[in-house]
Design a protein around this ligand. Sequence first.
Ligand code: ADP
Length: 151
Amino acid sequence: MKKVALFPGSFDPFTKGHADIVMRGLKLFDEVIIGIGTNSAKKRYFPLEMMTEKIRETFKDNENVKIISYDDLTANAAVANGANFLLRGLRNTTDFEYENTISQVNRHLVGGLETVFLITSPELAPISSTIVRELHKYGAKVDDFLPYDLD
Ligand code: ADP
């Protein structure tokens, strides 16, 4: 069976922490699909089209990385895109509390849909999309946190 993982997230923006999870995920899965969840009620800071393009550019040499966007339950998006695993990163206990519940719900929704968690690489643990957005908003340089050039 081909092992395909959906790596879901808001990716607003996609950071070096996310890229690390994708690259490590590629050692476990035949294919990693980066799924940008687009909640129509939630306004993004970095536009979806721009972020999709930046992620595409980041993984242009990795043919086993695909990029999709979806406005649906993550479990449904996994089924719709042929993914039999979910991939998520864990930085700390706050991540764990949230992920613990959501992974159980996803498995309840789609039987057999297992979530695989990768513990963050220590040097990337402090990177979060929220902090990058905050820095960017006030004009601070954020290049160190992103695997692509912003402009
Ligand atoms: P969401 O809005 O669904 O939490 P994010 O885009 O913030 O989505 O994150 C997507 C996934 O990437 C989550 O599993 C999150 O824990 C993980 N992640 C985010 N930053 C890092 C990091 N620095 N190292 C490892 N995993 C991370």
